[in-house]
Design a binder for this molecule. Structure first.
Ligand SMILES: Nc1ncnc2c1ncn2[C@@H]1O[C@H](COP(=O)(O)OP(=O)(O)OP(=O)(O)O)[C@@H](O)[C@H]1O
Length: 599
């Protein structure tokens, strides 16, 4: 890439007091101050010479170094993505024109084979950018025996099947949109998913994977939940070493890494918590979790090398796949663990990309288009939490208009709402509900009053989604489980708004552009104390709306703080503490009512 000479001529001619340097990729404009010295005034990054037009240069001259000129935007090609991949991307996702800031930083690092710690706010395009980078990687590798063969070259670990299908959906959309009318390659040769289905079966994905491997066309990218992959490895010992060996795999990406890899804060606990922390440490040592177990198998050669390296420096590190850890909340103790203790990394080759440096920024991002409310629910009614302020009216209007627009023009892949068979109805009718009926009624009312097209209800991790769907349906709500299966499509419409139901464990990372509201059943993390994990859990839940400049509302429903009504003590206070930690002021949600009137 070279700088266009005409652009440079215009800049030189008009910038009398300014000195222009260029190195082919950027122009540094320096201004003469007192004496012979030049001070840098601003730098323009240059992409393709062709898109550094004279118009940009004229703007530089007119500003005489004062206002920052409009900069040519970095393109996906500038980041190193192959033109055919960018063409498919543009044809498949017309809204995706330029990389986001964080994509501009991490895509080159991933393509360069670096180990990457990636953190940026929810909805900043981390997962989507990873798909682009992984699609760009070579599909044929030379194994240790010198044989050139197709292998699974990228492994993506995700916490739940819906996120796996979201990745597959993005890839499928790009693969099927081959520009120029070319026959698209079969999706199975590009990417496959290995997860348990609704009945906890692995079979269909595993059969397809085995067939592809047997016909020497394994997928380029395998997207799996750690437990599913570990179970296969345990039942077919050697699966990992045969098909996901460190010598043929080029990248392992752990999305929502802080959720998948459990670590403990290093801070010395106060005396009162020491016992609990020690207990947790022992538990983690005994049960490291499936992701750690998998990574320990894949990175065994590197771990051994790292161990030996401590005593005897000088050997070359064994070839191992680059490791990419991504999340909106990548806590320090996780980073420390992976960097210093795990042994998985070649520490000379690590890049840290933190688009959002801290909580404050995370909250700024959240606040941009998001309204947060907390409703306290009891047998007597529903009220807003103390200190809630009146929401600006315009915000509500914007949400309604936007959601109306999207719902007309777009669809989300969902499992259609299912009727319940007689057996299930009987079973549910005969067992007491695990849900507080007043909270469900409050959610149903809030949904009916305020949701134009589509909302998401997030239940605690252990809650039964089908039971909640059943009970909400009994209240007249068009509820269905969040199930992003690639083949099924449901059109949400303003005439029949949809309430998707998932849990804390199944909503991490999901991207549903039509959502306008997230309803949270109870505290986002039922811990005794409010700590980092509770705050992170809330940030991830809230991050399902307000993505890519859209607006949204997050409404948390808390059982009223009253022991005799069966409420959980102190939950409202804990919820307020979470909002304070991320510098968010709750706003009044327009649903305060006397429950008795609805009976
Ligand atoms: N460069 C881009 N331009 C426009 N839209 C984009 C771009 N990159 C991603 N998107 C869109 O932004 C949305 C969010 O992307 P993605 O799910 O990758 O975010 P994320 O950072 O992984 O979020 P989370 O932390 O919640 O998992 C998706 O709908 C995706 O299509």
């Amino acid at each position: 890439m070279t700088l266009s000479s005409s652009a440079l001529r215009v800049a030189r001619r008009t910038l009398l007091r300014l000195n222009v340097l260029h190195n082919g990729r950027s122009i540094v404009v320096r201004q003469r101050t007192q004496g012979p010295h030049w001070t840098p005034s601003f730098t323009l990054k240059v992409g393709h010479a062709s898109n550094f037009s004279t118009a940009h240069t004229t703007e530089v001259a007119a500003g005489s170094g004062q206002p920052i000129p409009s900069q040519p935007k970095t393109t996906f090609e500038d980041l190193g993505l192959h033109p055919p991949i960018v063409s498919s991307l543009r044809a498949a996702f017309q809204n995706v024109e330029y990389p986001t800031d964080v994509q501009s930083q991490f895509i080159p690092a991933v393509l360069d084979g670096k180990n990457v710690f990636l953190r940026d706010s929810t909805g900043s395009g981390k997962s989507f950018g990873l798909v682009l980078a992984l699609l760009n990687k070579p599909r044929i590798v030379t194994n240790s025996g010198g044989e050139r063969k197709r292998h699974i070259t990228s492994l993506v670990l995700v916490p739940h099947k819906d996120l796996a299908y979201q990745y597959l959906y993005w890839i499928k959309t790009m693969v099927n949109t081959s520009p120029g009318g070319m026959e698209p390659p079969p999706l199975e040769a590009i990417a496959q998913v290995l997860v348990r289905d609704n009945n906890m079966h692995l079979e269909s994905g595993l059969v397809q994977l085995r067939e592809s491997i047997a016909s020497s066309i394994p997928p380029h990218i395998l997207i799996a939940t750690p437990q599913a992959l570990l179970d296969i490895h345990k039942s077919d010992s050697g699966f990992l070493s045969k098909h996901l060996s460190s010598s043929t795999l080029s990248a392992v990406c752990v999305d929502e890494a802080d959720y998948l890899i459990e670590t403990l804060p290093r801070k010395d606990p106060s005396k009162s918590f020491k016992k609990a922390v020690d207990r947790e440490k022992k538990r983690l040592a005994r049960h490291p979790g499936p992701t750690k177990e998998l990574l320990n198998i894949i990175y065994r050669p590197r771990m051994e090398w790292n161990e030996a390296e401590d005593d005897d420096a000088g050997h070359l590190p064994p070839p191992c796949p680059q490791l990419i850890l991504s999340s909106a909340t990548l806590r320090t103790h996780l980073r420390n663990y992976v960097y210093e203790e795990s042994g998985w990394l070649d520490r000379q080759n690590v890049v840290k990309i933190y688009g959002t440096p801290g909580k404050k920024e995370a909250s700024d991002h959240l606040q941009r288009g998001l309204l947060h409310s907390v409703l306290l629910v009891s047998a007597h009614g529903v009220r807003n939490v103390e200190g809630a302020v009146v929401a600006p009216i315009s915000d509500t209007t914007v949400i309604e208009q936007r959601s109306g627009e999207t719902s007309r023009s777009s669809t989300t892949e969902l499992e259609p709402p299912r009727g319940f068979d007689v057996e299930t109805r009987l079973k549910f009718a005969q067992t007491p509900s695990p849900f507080n009926p007043h909270v469900l009624e409050a959610i149903a009312t809030a949904f009916a009053v305020d949701v134009p097209s589509m909302a998401l209800l997030v239940l605690p991790s252990s809650a039964s989604v089908s039971r909640a769907v059943f009970e909400l349906a009994e209240l007249g709500i068009n509820a269905c489980s969040l199930d992003l299966h690639e083949k099924r499509r449901v059109r949400s419409s303003p005439d029949n708004p949809t309430l998707l139901v998932g849990t804390l464990a199944t909503t991490r990372g999901v991207d549903l552009p039509e959502l306008s509201h997230v309803f949270v059943y109870g505290l986002p993390d039922a811990q005794k104390r409010v700590h980092g994990r509770s705050v992170d859990a809330y940030l991830h839940i809230a991050g399902r709306v307000g993505r890519f400049g859209r607006d949204g509302k997050v409404v948390t429903f808390i059982e009223e703080d009253s022991a005799e009504e069966g409420g959980k003590k102190g939950e409202a206070k804990k919820m307020q503490r979470i909002l304070e930690t991320i510098h968010v002021r709750p706003v009044k949600f327009p649903v305060e009512f006397d429950q008795d009137k609805f009976k």
